[in-house]
Design a protein around this ligand. Sequence first.
Ligand code: GAL
Length: 354
Amino acid sequence: MSVGRSERWIPAAAVLLLAIVLATGCAASVKKEKKETVRIGVTLYDQYDTFISELMNCFSEQVQEKQNSLGVMISLEVMDAAGSQSTQNDQVKTLIEKGCDVICVNLVDRTEPTTITDMAEKAGVPIIFFNRELVAEDLERWDRLYYVGADAFQSGTMQGELAAAAFQSLKGADKNGDGICQYVVLEGEPGHQDATVRTELSTQALIDQGLELEKLGYAIANWNRAQAQTKFAQTLTQYKDRIELVLANNDDMALGAIDALKAAGISREDWPIIVGIDGTAVGLAAVENKEMYGTIYNDKEGQAEAMMNLASALALGESLDDLKIKDGHYIRLDYKTITAVGEASDSGDFLVTR
Ligand code: GAL
C-alpha cells in the first residue's frame, strides 16, 4: 500500500509539535518565569492613627528598597477602612479582584477575620495581618495566614519597670510621702490585645518591683490624644495634685494627659510621672524635652521590614526559611525602653536602656 502525501505529512508535523512542546515545557521547568510586578494591597483600620501612619511610612520606604534590591516593580495600594469592618471586608474583596499577590490587613475588629480569611483562601491569596492580633485559632485556619507585630506582654512589663524605676528614683515622685504610688491608667481601645495586656502587665510589674499601688482612676481614650486630654482633664478635676503616675497605653494618650496638665495651668514640677508606649515622633520629642519620663519603643521599622520581606517572598514564591517565622504564622519584634540620656542631661539624645 502506498503512503499518500498527507499521511506522510502528519507524522512529520506531530514530531515537530512534540519537539516544540518538549522544548517549551523543558524551558519552563528549568527556569521559572520571573514575575515583573509584585502587587501588594494594604488595608488599615484607621489611617489617622499616629503609630499606624508612621508604620506605613516605613513600609513605603521598604517598598522602594525592595524594588531596588530585587529589580522587580512593586505596586502598592493602600486603603483606609476608617473603623468599619464591613468596609475592610469589601476592600479585601476589591484587592483580590485587582490581582494582588498578597494583602496586608490591619484588622478593624480582631474578632472578625473570618470573611477575609475565607475570601483569601478561596482566591489563594496569602494574608499578612499586622499590629492588631487575631486569636490563634483564627490564624491557624489556613497555612498562608501570618501575623507581624510586637509582643504586647513585653511592652506592658517594660513600661511598669520603667515607671517603677522613675517612682523609686525621682525626688518628690511620691508627692504626699505616703509610700504608695497613686496612679491613673489611660487605656487604648477596649478589646485590643495591646490595651488589655499593657494595662495588666504594667501594674503587675510595678507590684513586682516592690511598689504599693493605689489606682485613682482609669479612662478609655481609644489610643487618641484628644480623647485622652478630655478624659484626663476630668480626672485632674477630681484628684487634683494627688496623681503621682500616669500609665498611658500609648504615646498619643500620654501626650493628651500632658495637654490637659498644660491647659489646667499646673506647673511643671507638680506634674505626675508620665510614661507612654510607641516612640512616635511626637512621643520621642516629649521624652527629649522631659515632659514624658520615657516610652517603650514599638519597632515600626522592624515590623515594616518583616512585612515587606514576607510579602515579597510570598508573592515571588520564595523560601520563607530565613524570615524567623514562629509556629508557622508569627513574626514578632522586640520593644525597647527609651528615656532621655541621664535624667539631668540636656543632650537631647536617647538612651536605649534595654
Ligand atoms: C498599638 C499602638 C497604638 C495604636 C494601636 C492601633 O500597637 O501602640 O498606638 O497604634 O496599635 O492598633
